[in-house]
Design a protein around this ligand. Structure first.
Ligand code: NAD
Length: 363
């Protein structure tokens, strides 16, 4: 068991991210972040089959209950959130209980929101089991559930006690889910680290086959980048919004597909191609760099060509319902160059529609 510690420094509620191998077995580490005697592990059946016995063994000194969520985005519904609260009440969990999210971003988001609401807020730990969650969603305290009218529309900023990113858990993750997580890793490189982008171009084949050393580096680097941003802007008043590269387009595609069909990383990848196309039309990134971005995403098989996509105007309509809309204006994150992102709120709607059209026709 070895790990590195990445601090998330906040004005209140700072916490560590642990990144390493086989840390799920580290009894002292986990226990040091649980303050009462009760624990509710929230997870999904298939993840439980692999990792629940190990976690229960690690937490043998605590009174542990387990709550199961359905697969995928279905886990992030009002109904499933309410069921977590019912389990807590039925099992008599007190205010010093600790929730543990053992799963991907979907489990983490709904568990965090349940922790934020139960008895006005109880402790929770993130144990992310997907690349996407280790590299991105488990860090930063954004918790949420979906509404049929919009993704992540109900939620809270609520920070965990710690994040335990054990890359050994990624060995059972399907290839398509590894690729989905790579979309967020690539996003981090695009918004703030051109050298990291070049490193990803060089190592993408080995990363996709699950090379643990390379995955460890990707998770640690992404978590570090995100932690640095969150430490400066916990509530997304400024720089944190850059993390939304590809997301305003992406969330619209996810909402249009009723949160099925496209994985989150696939929707974000599509959004990043659109952001790159728009940035290129503005004369910011070169045609060559635009193609490099698309090429890297294609190598991950993130751009799904066989789906029936909605029209560009339908997507624009959904984009305008995004949380990032202010005074009716869309806030898009675009690229000045690979490694440098900016927020732009004055894009003409015709241009956005034209970009969506072009990208969908040339996938
Ligand atoms: N809170 C944030 O800041 C933030 C950031 C990015 C994304 N998100 C959210 O994250 C969600 C997507 O997360 P995700 O990509 O992790 O998907 P997910 O949570 O739906 O998990 C994907 C699938 O992988 C399975 N799985 C998880 N870990 C596994 C493992 N180790 N072995 C085998 N199977 C495993 C899950 O059961 C599920 O079927 C979206 O809802 C998105 O909105 C949140």
């Amino acid at each position: 068991m070895s790990f590195q510690i990445i601090p998330v420094q906040l004005s209140q509620n700072s916490y560590p991210i642990y990144v390493g191998e086989n840390i799920l077995r580290d009894r002292n580490l986990l226990s040091s972040h649980i303050h009462g005697h009760q624990v509710l592990i929230v997870t999904q059946e298939n993840i439980a089959n692999y990792y629940l016995p190990t976690l229960q063994h690690t937490l043998a000194d605590f009174q542990c209950h387990t709550h199961f969520l359905p697969e995928g985005e279905q886990a992030k519904s009002l109904n499933e959130w309410q069921k977590i609260l019912e389990t807590l009440l039925q099992q008599g969990h007190e205010r010093n209980t600790t929730l543990i999210a053992l799963g991907g971003g979907a489990v983490g988001d709904v568990t965090g929101f349940a922790a934020a609401c139960y008895q006005r807020g109880v402790n929770y730990l993130q144990i992310p089991t997907t690349l996407l969650a280790q590299a991105d969603s488990a860090v930063g305290g954004k918790t949420a559930i979906n509404h049929p009218l919009g993704k992540n529309m109900i939620g809270a900023f609520y920070q965990p006690q710690c994040v335990i990113s054990d890359v050994s858990l990624l060995s059972t993750l399907p290839k398509r889910e590894i690729a989905s997580g790579m979309a967020e890793v690539i996003k981090h490189s695009l918004i703030g680290d051109a050298d990291f982008f070049v490193w990803l171009e060089k190592n993408i084949s080995s990363l996709l086959t699950g090379d643990v050393t390379l995955l460890l580096k990707s998770v640690a680097h992404s978590a570090q980048m995100k932690a640095t941003i969150i430490s400066q802007d916990e509530r997304e008043q400024g720089i944190r919004s850059l993390l939304n590269l590809g997301h305003t387009f992406g969330h619209a595609f996810e909402t249009a597909g009723a949160f099925q069909g496209l994985l989150h990383g696939e929707a974000v990848a599509l959004g990043m191609v659109m952001a790159a196309e728009l940035s290129c039309r503005l004369g910011w990134i070169s045609d060559k760099d635009k193609k490099r971005i698309k090429q890297l995403l294609c190598q991950c098989e993130l751009l799904r060509t066989t789906l029936q996509y909605p029209s560009a105007s339908e997507i624009l309509k959904l984009m305008k319902r995004d949380k990032k809309v202010k005074a009716g204006k869309l806030n898009l994150i675009l690229l000045k160059k690979i490694g440098e992102a900016v927020k732009e709120s004055n894009m003409p709607e015709e241009m956005i529609v034209s970009v969506i059209d072009t990208v969908l026709q040339t996938l």
